[in-house]
Design a protein around this ligand. Structure first.
Ligand SMILES: Cc1cc2nc3c(=O)[nH]c(=O)nc-3n(C[C@H](O)[C@H](O)[C@H](O)COP(=O)(O)OP(=O)(O)OC[C@H]3O[C@@H](n4cnc5c(N)ncnc54)[C@H](O)[C@@H]3O)c2cc1C
Length: 327
């Protein structure tokens, strides 16, 4: 086994996922982070990937794309039925004077609503429309889909541009945004506590770091706590190297899930966090405050600045002072 003298270290970072990609492409793009198989993305791979996720019941991947619909129904009974089902994962706003309702939900949320309320005309119409462009999302429950589109329901997809022109409170509930973070496992352990979000994370169970595609190395996140040329940084680095060496020994006779048991919190991981702007507001408020963990603030403070620029109407708060040493 090759002996290394320095751990492989990267700085934490974030990237906002572009909005202008279709449901299936976005689901594949985010979903492949779990397996670190982004190299398998091609011009026509997304349908097969989505089908695989449905078949394997890797349902959280289907949360990574949402659709907003404007519904006008002749009677209120269908909407009442949806409200009575208390759907936790749909965002619903009713505009009684305009006789219209906005409903936003992920592919997963609409699939599961169809299974729960298979007779509901609104849900059936939304699923019918989605199925036209994305049949792979409904193949396993195709028998629940209507054969014809309901005439009692007027339903249309609302574009992001339209949502961005709505009043801030409505925009905040319906406008979703995905951010990819490259951070330590310690940071992702905290991020995933934010329950209204959807998450997809590089899996230490699937990824085998002795593979050439990972350079046969474990990557660590540069700790915000220790100066690079300090004694403490050296101590930290030695421990990382030691964990890496043990992992590489164990992986020879064991699975990644067994070998990973020796890996520390400093391991690099990649995570997609998908939420509406209201939840991002909450996350940024909590995670940029002085009480928050410094490694968390390291990525959340610049993200807050970026979101303030993109969504000035959302009042994401004044930019906070950067943590010491952050450039
Ligand atoms: C400085 C700091 C220190 C922390 N220390 C600890 C610690 O020592 N130990 C620890 O375990 N955790 C700790 N946490 C995590 C913290 O307790 C929360 O789990 C985490 O910040 C998620 O935030 P949240 O619960 O406010 O909201 P989220 O999960 O982001 O939810 C957003 C909103 O949804 C609503 N909501 C979501 N779920 C429910 C629910 N079940 N019931 C009612 N309302 C709900 C609430 O209105 C909430 O504001 C800490 C967090 C911070 C920022």
């Amino acid at each position: 086994m090759k002996k290394y003298y320095k751990p492989k270290v990267v700085s934490p970072s974030f990237e906002i996922v572009p909005d202008d990609i279709g449901l299936a492409v976005r689901i594949e793009f985010t979903g492949r982070v779990c397996y670190k198989s982004e190299d398998r993305i091609s011009a026509d791979s997304s349908a097969g990937f989505c089908r695989g996720m449905v078949n394997h019941k890797h349902n959280s991947v289907l949360e990574m794309g949402v659709r907003t619909c404007e519904v006008k129904a002749r009677t209120k009974s269908h909407m009442r039925e949806i409200i009575m089902a208390m759907p936790k994962y749909l965002f619903i706003d009713d505009f009684p004077f305009e006789k219209r309702t906005l409903i936003t939900g992920s592919v997963r949320a609409f699939r599961e609503m169809l299974m729960r309320l298979p007779g509901n005309e609104i849900i059936r119409t939304i699923a019918f429309d989605m199925n036209k462009n994305h049949p792979y999302f409904f193949e396993d429950i195709a028998s629940l889909l209507p054969v014809k589109r309901s005439r009692k329901i007027s339903c249309r997809q609302v574009s992001l541009e339209e949502i961005d022109q709505m009043e801030p409170e409505i925009q905040a509930r319906h406008r979703h945004l995905a951010v990819k973070f490259i951070v330590s496992r310690a940071v992702t352990h905290e991020i995933v506590r934010h329950r209204p979000c959807s998450f997809l994370q590089e899996s230490q169970r699937y990824c085998c770091y002795s593979d050439g595609k990972f350079g046969s190395r474990i990557t660590f996140i540069k700790p915000v706590f220790f100066k690079e040329d300090s004694e403490d940084y050296e101590i930290w680095g030695k421990e990382c190297l030691s964990a890496e060496a043990v992992y590489m020994k164990l992986i020879k006779n064991n699975s990644p899930q067994a070998a990973r048991t020796v890996l520390p919190n400093s391991c690099k991981t990649e995570i997609f966090v998908y939420a509406n702007l209201a939840e991002w507001h909450h996350i940024l408020h909590m995670r940029t405050s002085k009480a928050a963990e410094p490694s968390m603030r390291e990525v959340m403070i610049p993200l807050q600045k970026e979101l303030m620029k993109r969504f000035p109407e959302q009042n994401f708060g004044e930019p906070l002072r950067m943590p010491e040493g952050y450039v």
